[in-house]
Design a protein around this ligand. Structure first.
Ligand code: ADP
Length: 492
């Protein structure tokens, strides 16, 4: 008699090493200059510090460019240019400001392949993601906010909106160009001028973007870009000319900025870390949920503040989900970020790789059970295999701290109440996912989860019209949508 088949078996077609993927490298030129100066008052400007630092490609660990290290005097020059440009720019009619934003969006689209390759070389993300996600969504943010520029009166009906002045913006390394777009587009749409600092490991696309600003004919001083690390960021935060600071990055730095600005009249928005729960109920379509789990944690090597890094599975389907997930993970291709078949590229920096290793080590030490599929990692560059921890308890560091890498922790629950309890048991509150067949359960759970963004039967979906931001230690303020726009304006 044939053996009884389990319900919903995890099936796999096994071909051994019979067929391998051929390499499919993206070969378009990235046009990365050997050295980038600062961008102040519409011009490439050598740093007064007379210092530059190396930019490394995490895919192979090789130096790709030198980036200017801005000191306080450089940051001061950038603010001076932005302050000088503000009166004219803020008085420019919204329809005219919108035209510049449309131009920037279209120029980004025109050069999207070149920018995608540069983003991948500089940051390590798979070319498929920079090509199909970062670039189109960055352009979409400029298009969206171009549309708002002449309609600000509709954002606050019956009230009059005015720009804030010069805004200082600091962005992280996980979505370099996209975070730049999230910051610059709404600021300009509202009539502000900008001093922006990219992250020290990923400045290349921000500096390439300066040529788009020049080609778009943006008046000098409206956008200024200063590069450097924490000290440069601190100078941007502390500058007296800043009317607002918009920061995306780690929670400790966000807290420091909030302390530093306390007692001043500067506005502040913070988009910080996360430890999202991705919750799978027993009535979910399991195969679809598994795809969502994989996307939730392995997208961009898990360098995503809203990554679904804590998987909460209803106990009755936990074994099935785990089995299907392991099977799916065995098919993820880790390696050369420029290969079009790569699913998981390089970890952004050696420092981040060490942080991931440390947290994974703590998971093992604290007794969680690890699964990593067999995969050959490139011998050069910074790589980490997709990793799954089961047997995780809420007190483990891997369940509490943001890993910012391709590492998933699985916890189980029996009732929806327990799922809510566990999901909210974190200092963060940025995002969450719900997988279930029942619309009523989605609405009920969404109301109880303390998270700024909640996806239902999908994950990591972004749209410029949809506000993004968190609660608790994930920060405050929104980016995108009308709410994000209003964070760059004041009511007069
Ligand atoms: P991570 O630890 O993931 O690199 P950070 O919060 O340190 O995250 O980095 C995010 C951004 O904040 C980067 O652009 C970084 O240079 C900047 N930054 C780091 N320290 C400071 C600081 N003290 N003040 C302002 N910006 C900072």
């Amino acid at each position: 008699m044939p053996a009884k088949r389990p319900k919903n078996p995890a099936r796999e077609l096994l071909f051994g090493d019979l067929w391998e993927f051929d390499p499919a490298p993206e070969t378009a030129p990235a046009h990365i200059a050997p050295r980038y100066d600062l961008f102040i008052n519409g011009k490439s400007t050598p740093p007064k510090s007379k210092k530059w630092f190396d930019s490394i490609s995490p895919g192979d660990g090789k130096k790709i460019s030198e980036i200017a290290l801005a000191n306080e005097a450089d940051v001061d020059a950038a603010y001076a240019a932005a302050a000088a440009a503000f009166p004219k720019w803020s008085a420019t009619p919204g329809a005219e400001r919108g035209k510049f934003l449309y131009r920037i969006a279209r120029l980004l689209q025109d050069r999207s392949r070149e920018f995608a390759v540069a983003e991948t070389i500089d940051g390590g993300k798979p070319i498929r993601e920079s090509r199909d996600f970062d670039l189109p969504v960055a352009a979409a943010h400029f298009f969206y906010h171009a549309g708002w520029a002449d309609k600000l009166a509709f954002a606050a009906p019956g009230r009059t909106l005015a720009p804030l002045g010069v805004v200082g913006q600091i962005i992280p390394w996980n979505f370099p160009l996209l975070m730049l777009a999230w910051k610059i587009a709404p600021a300009l749409a509202c009539g502000n001028t900008v001093v922006l600092k990219p992250a020290e490991t990923t400045s290349v696309t921000a500096m390439k973007f300066c040529s788009i600003l020049q080609d778009a004919g943006l008046p000098p001083g409206v956008v200024n870009i200063v590069t450097g690390a924490g000290d440069t960021g601190a100078a941007v935060v502390k500058h007296p000319a800043a009317a607002k600071i918009a920061f995306t990055g780690s929670t400790p730095v966000g807290k420091w900025i909030q302390h530093t600005l306390a007692g001043t009249d500067k506005r502040l928005t913070l988009e910080l870390g996360g430890k999202a729960a991705n919750i799978v109920f027993e009535d979910a379509t399991i195969d679809q949920a598994v795809e969502g789990i994989v996307n939730g944690i392995f997208f961009n090597q898990g360098h995503v503040c809203c990554a679904g890094s804590r998987l909460l599975v209803q106990e009755s389907v936990a074994a099935e989900v785990l089995k299907k997930l392991k099977l799916r993970m065995r098919h993820l291709r880790v390696g050369d970020p420029l290969d079009k078949n790569t699913d998981i590229g390089a970890i952004n920096s050696r420092k981040q790789l060490e942080k991931i290793r440390d947290l994974v080590g703590s998971g093992l030490q604290e007794g969680a059970e690890i699964f990593q599929p067999d995969c050959r990692l490139p011998s050069r560059g910074f790589y980490f295999p997709p990793t799954l921890f089961s047997g995780v308890s809420l007190s483990h560091r891997i369940a509490r701290e943001e890993i910012f890498g391709p590492v998933l922790s699985i916890l189980t629950f029996r009732t929806p109440e327990e799922a809510v309890e566990k999901a909210n048991n974190t200092p963060y509150g940025l995002s969450a996912g719900i997988w279930t067949d029942k619309g009523s359960r989605i609405l009920d759970m969404a109301a109880k989860l303390k998270a700024g963004v909640i996806w239902a039967n999908t994950y990591n979906k972004f749209d410029p019209a949809s506000p993004f931001g968190g609660f608790k230690e994930s920060g405050f303020g929104r980016e995108g949508g009308k709410q994000g726009l209003l964070d760059y304006a004041k009511i007069v």
